[in-house]
Design a binder for this molecule. Structure first.
Ligand code: ISJ
Length: 179
């Protein structure tokens, strides 16, 4: 059972559609993307199901931290099949530090499933992995007792890309930004 967001704006923020990058860039300029890793990676639980893939299908994962005004704000992990990484989602290969949003919100033929979100205690294996990567990349401990994780799946030419974004509770509680 997901704990209900503490405040209405938390639900509004975690459930906000549109580009997260654009929202952060407006509220906390300058905005930047730091790529932690991109390439063949083991799947997290549920990723193959989200993508409609068999359990052993090789996945390409892109993990980044989004920065605003010099501070780390969001950890994001996007996954797709290696086949799609050379097919409908091949543009990810050359994306570099440009936000993935460039590929997702500029094309009309891309369809996005509704956002789903959950609260993960810091004891959850994925939360522990995120906190470890966050510390290694930013030299800042996660500190919070958990995190809000949301995900949705983008479909293009019959191939799926799952995007998950993880938010610090204090960041989410202070959002959405007024600008
Ligand atoms: C999907 C978006 O792109 C953001 C940027 C990402 C990246 O560059 O890897 C991944 C997820 C998002 O937080 C968005 O801005 O909404």
């Amino acid at each position: 059972m997901r704990p209900q967001p503490a405040r209405a704006n938390v639900a509004a923020w975690v459930g906000a559609t549109g580009s997260l990058s654009a929202r952060l860039a407006r509220a906390h300029p300058p905005f930047s993307v730091r790529v932690l890793q991109q390439g063949l990676a083991p799947a997290w639980p549920g990723e193959h199901d989200s993508l409609g893939l068999p359990a052993q299908a090789p996945l390409l994962a892109r993990e980044v931290i989004l920065f605003g005004n010099g501070a780390p704000l969001v950890f994001a992990r996007s996954v797709t099949s290696m086949q799609a990484a050379h097919g409908a989602w091949r543009a990810i290969q050359g994306l570099g530090t440009r936000p993935l949003a460039h590929l997702l919100f500029s094309r009309s033929e891309i369809r996005r499933t509704p956002l789903e979100w959950q609260w993960l205690s810091i004891e959850h294996p994925q939360a522990r992995e995120i906190a470890r990567k966050w510390l290694a990349a930013t030299d800042r401990p996660w500190l919070a007792r958990g995190l809000w994780m949301r995900h949705s799946v983008f479909h293009r030419a019959g191939q799926a890309l799952r995007v998950a974004e993880c938010f610090l509770p204090r960041l989410v509680a202070a959002w959405p930004p007024t600008r």
